[in-house]
Write a protein that binds this ligand. Sequence first.
Ligand code: AHM
Ligand code: MG
Length: 340
Amino acid sequence: MNPKKLMTLDEFTIQETRKFPQATGELSALLRDIGLACKLINKQVLKAGLVDILGKHGATNVQGEEQMKLDVYADETLINILRNSNDCAGVASEENDDFICFGDEYSVNSKYVVLFDPLDGSSNIDVNAPIGTIFSIYRRVSPLGSPCTKEDFLQPGNKLMAAGYVIYGSSTMMVYATKLSVNGFTLEPSIGEFCLSHPNMKCPEKGKIYSINQGNTCKYNDGIKGFLDYCMESNKEEGRPYSHRYIGSMVADMHRTLIKGGIFLYPADKSNANGKLRLQYECNPMAFLVEAAGGVASTGTENVLDVMPAELHQRVPIFIGSKNLVNKALEYVNAKETVA
Ligand code: AHM
Ligand code: MG
């Protein structure tokens, strides 16, 4: 580790803050808090394989502590750290029906609210595949000095101040975006710090990988089926079919899409008129991040970031990633729009 080259998440966000003389440092503090929560979550994720030794959810371990399900642990950890930090007026989590307003004397004066999916792709825990935490930060619209309100959480993605994810994979990484840039930080376990490893990330304009749950093909409409046929045929750009990759963990599939390019799509189908993924917890943060990296994200009919959310747990179809493949998918979807 070369200390001259080492830049921690904290150092980086403080440097970024200095570019804006009016900035108060609250956003940097929030990113540090989220980073801290994710380091604690990471510690538990690493132990997940030992569940039979340490005890299952609900069981009591030798220290007399009750073992918690990982997604419950992740949720509670983020809530508790953000509550104690005083940098945040309230949170909304994919795990909870409603938002939580902290409402204490410090939090009512905080400018920001945070939304998160505490442990996305949690069905992958059992098979030791990558999972992640997705987060979004909005500046609140309710007046400072008063408790935050639902309107603070129901803002469109184009109002996001920052968004990102932490991937618990072969290494643990935080990737976050502001409107200015997207940067990736790898957790250096020996010092317990996220260190800048992927500065100024760009999503390649042209990708060669499509990522979808192809097992649902019989439920897709003709537009999606047409696009899948296109991907599986030898195309003139590549002289061969595109490659298919699907982990089934959005964070992992998006991390690959961001770095290698390609498209990730979770469209509507016969059983799910709006797809599966949640606008506020999954689609908006990923769309914000991919757009900041030069990619695109659409619901099929509009830019994801322009959707006005009507409720916290709203779902939307998503087509996201490199311009070439997202635009090609939209050509098929719009040309052959049929009821699934
Ligand atoms: P979760 O938030 O309950 O974990 O579900 C979201 C996950 C995403 O990570 C992933 O992209 C998708 O569900 C996979 O769904 P499917 O199994 O239908 O392909
Ligand atoms: Mg999820």
